[in-house]
Design a binder for this molecule. Structure first.
Ligand code: WQD
Length: 336
C-alpha cells in the first residue's frame, strides 16, 4: 500500500517506517521536526538501502497535507504527529490542543478532501486515566487526568463520530503503553530534546554518565517494591503492531481501539536493575517524592490485539535495555 506517516521521523514513527517499508509498503514521511531530527532520514536510508520520500510540513497545513495525499496516491495514513509529554501538557495546554487536536482535525479534513479513509492513530494508555482494575482491557472506562491524555481521548471520540457518519472510514486507535528500546542497528532510537521526561531515556543518560543520578519518583506506592509499575513495550514490537493493524483494516471497516502492550509490568527499580545488567554500567538513583499525576501501576490486557491483529509483543526487558544502550553508544558515546 501507499502510506503517509505523519511524525515519520519521530521515535515511534521512524521505527514503524522501517517495519512497514521492509514489509513492502511504499511510504511517504511527513514531519515538521518539532521533536525529531532531520538526520533520522539519512539513518533510515542506511537501514533500508533507499531513501523515503519526505514532506516537511506541519499537519495543520491542510492544503499541503491534501497535496501530499493526492500527489503520492496515498491509500492509508498512520498518524504519529503530536506532542506527548504529560507534564509539559499541564503547563502548556493550549499548545497541546493546537498541535494535537487542530493537527488531527486538519489531517482528517485533508484525508476527506483526498478521499483517503483508512487511518491508524497513535493513541495512548493515558486515555484510561486512573486504573480502576488491572490489567487494563479496552472496555476499561476512559477519562483524562491531564491535557495530553485529554487530547488523545478527544481524538479517539472524534474518530468514533467520523466512523459512525460514514462507513467508508476504517480506523484503528492503537493505545500504546510505555514504548522503549531501539532498532537493533542502533542507528535510530529514542532521542528526546532536553531533559528526558520518561524513565528509559533518563536511565540511559545516567548509565552514559551524561546525568549524575536518576530521581525515582516515590517508593511508597502499593507495588511490590514501592516504585511505579509500567508495561514497557519494545518499539519494534510496537511498530509490528502497526503493520498488523493496517492488514486488519484492509479487511475491516469501522472504529477499533486496541491495546499495544506486553501484559507484563515492571517497576522503576526492576528497570534500573535490568539496565545495569544490559549496559554493565551502574545507574545511581535517589528516592524523591512522587510526581504529580503518576499512578501506581499500569499494564495492559493484550487479548484483543492477539485476537484481532494476530499480534503479540515478543521482545523482553533485557532486549529493550540492550537495544536502548546500543543506540545510545552508537549515537552519543558515554562519558564514563
Ligand atoms: C514511568 C515510571 C514514573 C521518570 C509516559 C507518558 C505517556 C505515555 C507513556 C505516550 C513512572 C517513573 C519516570 C523519572 C521516575 N507516552 N519515573 N523517574 O508516566 O508511565 O507515561 O509514557 O503516550 O504519555 O507520560 O512514563 O517513563 O514518565 O514514567 O521514577 O525520571 O517511571 O514515576 O512510575 P509514564 P514515564
Amino acid at each position: 500500500m501507499k502510506l503517509l506517516l505523519t511524525g515519520g521521523t519521530g521515535f515511534i514513527g521512524s521505527h514503524t517506517a522501517v517495519v512497514l517499508s521492509q514489509a513492502g509498503h511504499e511510504l511517504v514521511l511527513l514531519d515538521n521536526f518539532s521533536n525529531s531530527k532531520q538526520a533520522v532520514l539519512g539513518r533510515l536510508e542506511t537501514i533500508l538501502g533507499h531513501a523515503l520520500p519526505f514532506v516537511q510540513a506541519d499537519v495543520r497545513d491542510t492544503a499541503k497535507v491534501t497535496q501530499a495525499l493526492q500527489t503520492h496516491g496515498i491509500q492509508a495514513v498512520v498518524h504519529f504527529a503530536g506532542l506527548k509529554a504529560v507534564g509539559e501538557s499541564v503547563a502548556q495546554p493550549l499548545n497541546y490542543f493546537a498541535n494535537n487536536l487542530q493537527g488531527t482535525l486538519s489531517l482528517l479534513q485533508a484525508m476527506q478532501a483526498a478521499q483517503v479513509h483508512q487511518l491508524v492513530f497513535s493513541s495512548s494508555a493515558t486515555v484510561y486515566g486512573e486504573p480502576q482494575y488491572l490489567p487494563l482491557d479496552e472496555q476499561h472506562p476512559t477519562s483524562a487526568t491531564n491535557p495530553y491524555g485529554r487530547t488523545k481521548l478527544h481524538i479517539e471520540e472524534m474518530l468514533h463520530d467520523l466512523s459512525a457518519s460514514n462507513p467508508a472510514w476504517r480506523i484503528a486507535c492503537l493505545r500504546y503503553f510505555n514504548p522503549v528500546g531501539a532498532h537493533d542497528s542502533g542507528l535510530i532510537g529514542e532521542d528526546p530534546n532536553g531533559i528526558p521526561n520518561n524513565l528509559m531515556p533518563f536511565v540511559v543518560q545516567v548509565a552514559a554518565g551524561i546525568r549524575p543520578a536518576l530521581q525515582v519518583f516515590g517508593n511508597d506506592y502499593d507495588t511490590p517494591d514501592g516504585t511505579g509499575v509500567r508495561d514497557y513495550i519494545h518499539v519494534m514490537d510496537l511498530a509490528q503492531g502497526h503493520l498488523a493493524a493496517l492488514h486488519f483494516l484492509n479487511a475491516q471497516t469501522g472504529w477499533h481501539a486496541i491495546n499495544l502492550g506486553t501484559g507484563q509490568g515492571y517497576s522503576v527499580l526492576e528497570m534500573v536493575k535490568a539496565f545495569e545488567a544490559a549496559s554493565g554500567k551502574p545507574v545511581a538513583f535517589n528516592i524523591v517524592p512522587r510526581r504529580p499525576g503518576d499512578v501506581a501501576s499500569c499494564y495492559a490486557k493484550v487479548d484483543k490485539a492477539q485476537a484481532l491483529l494476530n499480534w503479540q509483543a515478543s521482545r523482553g526487558l533485557p532486549q529493550m535495555c540492550e537495544d536502548a544502550w546500543r543506540a545510545q553508544q552508537r549515537n552519543m558515546p558515554s562519558t564514563t
